[in-house]
Design a protein around this ligand. Sequence first.
Ligand SMILES: Nc1ncnc2c1ncn2[C@@H]1O[C@H](COP(=O)(O)OP(=O)(O)OP(=O)(O)O)[C@@H](O)[C@H]1O
Ligand SMILES: [Mg+2]
Length: 396
Amino acid sequence: MTDQLDNLFSRVLSAKIFANREMMRPDYIPNDLPHREDQILRLAEILAPSLKGSRPSNVFIYGVPGTGKTAVTKYVLKKIEDEGRKVGISLEVAYINCKHDDTNYRVLADLCESVGERIPFTGLSTSEVFRRFVNLVDSSERMIFAILDEVDALVKKTGDKALYDLTRINQRLSRTRISIVGITNDLKFMEYLDPRVRSSLGEEELVFPPYDASELEDILSRRASFAFNRNTFEASVIKLCAALAAKEHGDARRALDLLRISGEIAERNGNNKVMEEHVRMAQKEIEKDRVVEVIRTMPLHSKILILSLHLLGKGGSTGELYDLYCTLVKNMCLEPLTQRRVSDLINELDMLGIANAKVVSKGRYGRTKVVSLSISTKNLKEALQEDQRLGALIKK
Ligand SMILES: Nc1ncnc2c1ncn2[C@@H]1O[C@H](COP(=O)(O)OP(=O)(O)OP(=O)(O)O)[C@@H](O)[C@H]1O
Ligand SMILES: [Mg+2]
């Protein structure tokens, strides 16, 4: 063991692929955001009146995941804050990720905290928190930008009441002004909103289109030129990462993840250069993580169905699967879903690449659907590890 560890440590210490791995992390905001020049200028143009003391319009930003919405917004606001400091204007930015703070209470409490008042975790009514926020921000003259990132998460969970109040808040303030920047990757989000909220949140709208393969290549090359040491990757590696990510939906996060993980795999293997084969392995690793995450967040009955598939071993007919599923469900003192519903779930699992369903001919006995599991026992264990009842049933 000691030998193995020594080996591992010396491999890690002598690894020369990354010059600065941090720069490949998803939350790192680069100084250089190629192919987002238009969006940067447009957002800056909308928000710049704040530097002269007027309230900028609210802005609504949307685009599919990984198109630079968060990075561009943080970048522009940082520049505006810096400029505000230079010209002596007090600009404050409250950045809230509504996926983490997905209740009206948490969002308002976070806004309060960003202007200096701690709010207890519970105990106050939402309207009381809102009232405190109004009094607090209006106690001195300032301009506040409330960035509501992934704002769809908040609305889906608790409706648009907080957004409604926030978009009207300026009417209640006499000294301070607040502008809202709402960000979402749910392109249908605006449809869920009350029309009044929609029109005030979307005073200005900014669309972030997906990147194409050559844009992703640029983004990757520039990031890699800082994050990786010289001569540690082939140009073909960047091309491949860009092409794979462009095939999904032009997601820069996916492209960067692929390149970072490829570099990590190369280092782990003791290679001095990232090669295409490392990218292929990285792609598999990401795919595996995706499947594990998908299963982990599935409803209980889907998990039980997956477990039944695992217990069937090489696969079985839909009838056998349903019987096994019913047995497991009843053992847990639950009520089974109907065969029809289970059949829908099987189709879903098939589409997600978790199960494989195929119709086979049984000669004169007709045709039957045979289902088997497409993921490894190791991945299944990882996906079900939080649910001990299910995890305990996995065959060794
Ligand atoms: N033009 C760009 N240049 C360099 N890096 C970029 C660019 N666009 C995005 N990135 C990087 O890609 C990753 C994803 O970007 P970001 O988080 O801004 O996406 P997003 O549009 O907010 O996605 P989501 O909707 O999933 O929140 C980040 O690491 C970001 O730094
Ligand atoms: Mg984002």
